[in-house]
Unconditional design. Structure first.
Length: 305
């Protein structure tokens, strides 16, 4: 099922036709509040009132021209300003290929610096998202350059990639901010763990080692997972070394495991909800279904009367 869903995420015909169908638009509403920035910010207000902070990302990737990347930068500058005006503790997360990585790495870096500096001036953090494995090395290089001039920045790393342990050690001298996720792309076994137990073991090992290696450094870690058992396993392990729950953050998608988000918050964890929006939601949505097959049941309940 996971392979079928990941194939569907890449298929051009499905990408063009399925988003037009009413049942698909109903189903995706569980995972995102709407297609506009207004929809996303409105969804963030009640979460922030509960104490759950927010992050925002406009869906889309692999832009092909400087003009498109400039439009993305202009949009996120507005997002930063509106988060600041609202008083929310919001952050933005942007894919490098939205900023020009596909056609000019230096343009991408300049765009990232513009957004990172504007976010810092507004008292916000700026995150570089991670895409498929073809972009892993170039994204890490981008972050190394960005972090040197803009310290309030972070990068997403994927636990299912076998290289991620070395990548974390490579970045550790930078005192990095890392959002650790399991990974949602269809990667070959030669470079990625493909079974659930292997991915979970990698996730736990990477998180624990990073927290232990960085406990005397100004690092930042966000655990991007809906696996509550895995979160509690990591928490129990690092607590033995005196690392409290407020030393890292839990990040879950908007609309997923809301009861657990509230429970974790009451248990002393820092919790953040990632709110996605935008018209280019189809491939992202299919990858979300593939990430956790239980999500398919949620989607079907939205489709059926």
């Amino acid at each position: 099922m996971r392979r079928v869903l990941l194939w569907a995420a890449r298929d051009r015909w499905l990408k063009e036709h399925l988003p037009r169908m009413r049942f698909m638009r109903r189903a995706v509403r569980r995972f995102m509040p709407g297609e506009t920035l207004d929809d996303a910010l409105s969804a963030g207000v009640p979460l922030e009132r509960l104490g759950i902070t927010t992050a925002y990302t406009r869906l889309g990737e692999s832009l092909e021209s400087p003009a498109e990347a400039e439009a993305v930068v202009a949009h996120y500058l507005e997002v930063i300003d509106r988060i600041q005006a609202s008083g929310m503790q919001g952050e933005i997360s942007v894919k490098p290929t939205q900023l020009g990585l596909d056609f000019d790495a230096e343009v991408c870096l300049a765009n990232a610096v513009t957004l990172a500096n504007h976010a810092a001036a507004a008292g916000q953090f700026f995150w570089i998202d991670m895409e498929g494995s073809a972009y892993t090395e170039s994204t890490i290089v981008l972050y190394e350059k960005l972090r040197a001039v803009a310290p309030q920045t972070g990068i997403c790393l994927q636990a299912y990639l076998r290289r991620s342990a070395a990548d974390i050690q490579r970045l550790l001298p930078l005192d990095p901010a890392i959002r650790l996720v399991k990974g949602a792309y269809d990667e070959p076994e030669a470079i990625a763990f493909r079974d659930r137990s292997g991915v979970s073991a990698s996730f736990a090992g990477l998180a624990i080692r990073f927290l232990l290696d960085g406990r005397d450094r100004p690092i930042k870690l966000s655990l991007g997972t809906h696996d509550v058992g895995l979160i509690e396993q990591i928490a129990d392990q690092v607590a033995q070394s005196g690392i409290d729950r407020d030393a890292y953050e839990i990040e879950m998608l908007y609309g997923i495991r809301e009861d657990q988000q509230k429970r974790l918050l009451k248990a002393g964890y820092q919790v953040r909800a990632l709110i996605s929006y935008g018209e280019a939601w189809y491939p992202w949505y299919m990858r979300r279904l593939a990430e956790r097959p239980a999500n398919i049941g949620f989607a079907l309940r939205q489709i059926l009367p």
